[in-house]
Design a protein around this ligand. Structure first.
Ligand code: N5H
Length: 255
């Protein structure tokens, strides 16, 4: 028996086979869950739909998380097809490339608003629409974050502020939905070479520092994150909520 046998999981944020969300989808499937994927746009659909088919995920839905209408349509469809939902995964973030270099002082109002909307507010918007489906099964919500929410890293800039808002939202949401039996947590993953990380400066230096200084003296893999995602989404974690759980080779404990 898998740890997620019979559970239904909706995952936002698969962009390609290197996505953290994809490793989570594969691990969930392996543990017996049924998986649906929501994708951001048609360019991404071309990669996501074949991936979904490869794990027998029959539900793939378009969703621009900036659109309340898109979000409503996704959960209406999930309600119709599944009648409930056990797991919601939020692995979505965006900031304009210009904001991810140079001085944080150059952050623009538009860039700040966009990063906050897509990377932080969207968790609240998704959770709100998912709640009627999640409550029936004591479901759980899982978000992805990065240590740049808590400490300053070069180039992370406005994304650090957006992740700080996301982490605080995890705590406030956990309080808001706990009385309905729903849990909300986040995984703070170490640096991973995903499509989101491609083309932004400073990644190699940070990854090099982690492999030199982290207690485990190595970088993490997508599968390391997926393992923690399985645990947090399973009955094993039924008393765990409002947590930011580091999967980072222990890097965050080093001063
Ligand atoms: C300190 C670092 C290195 C600097 C990296 C910053 C990464 C920020 C993440 C955001 C999500 C990247 C982003 O929005 C890039 C876009 O401007 C352009 N890319 C895209 O549009 C692609 C095609 C799509 C798939 O991307 C998105 N986001 O939709 C942090 C690293 C050590 C760790 C890291 C990489 C953290 C993280 O939050 O991802």
């Amino acid at each position: 028996m898998g740890l997620l046998e019979g559970k239904k999981a909706l995952i936002f944020g698969v962009a390609n086979e290197k996505s953290i969300a994809w490793a989570i989808a594969e691990a969930f499937k392996k543990e017996g869950a049924e998986v649906a994927l929501a994708y951001a746009n048609e360019a991404i659909a071309k990669r996501v739909i074949p991936l979904a088919e490869s794990i027998g995920a029959t539900i793939t839905l378009p969703c621009d998380v900036r659109s309340d209408d898109d979000i409503k349509a996704v959960f209406a469809e999930i309600g119709k097809k599944w009648g409930g939902l056990d797991i919601l995964v939020h692995s979505v973030a965006f900031a304009n490339k210009d904001e991810l270099k140079g001085s944080f002082l150059s952050t623009t109002r538009e860039g700040f608003t966009m990063a906050m909307d897509i990377s932080a507010y969207s968790l609240i918007a998704l959770a709100k629409e998912a709640m009627p489906l999640l409550t029936a099964s004591n479901g759980n919500v899982l978000a992805l974050t990065y240590y740049g929410a808590q400490k300053v890293f070069p180039n992370y800039n406005v994304m650090g502020v957006a992740k700080a808002a996301l982490e605080a939202s995890v705590r406030y949401l956990a309080e808001a939905v706990g009385q309905d039996g729903v849990r909300v947590n986040a995984i703070s993953a170490g640096p991973l070479r995903t499509l989101a990380a491609a083309g932004v400066g400073g990644f190699n230096q940070i990854a090099g520092h982690v492999s030199a200084k982290a207690p485990l003296r190595r970088n993490i893999t997508q599968e390391d994150v997926a393992g923690a995602a399985v645990y947090l989404s399973s009955e094993l974690a039924k008393a765990v909520t409002g947590e930011i759980h580091f999967v980072d080779s222990g890097y965050n404990i080093i001063g």
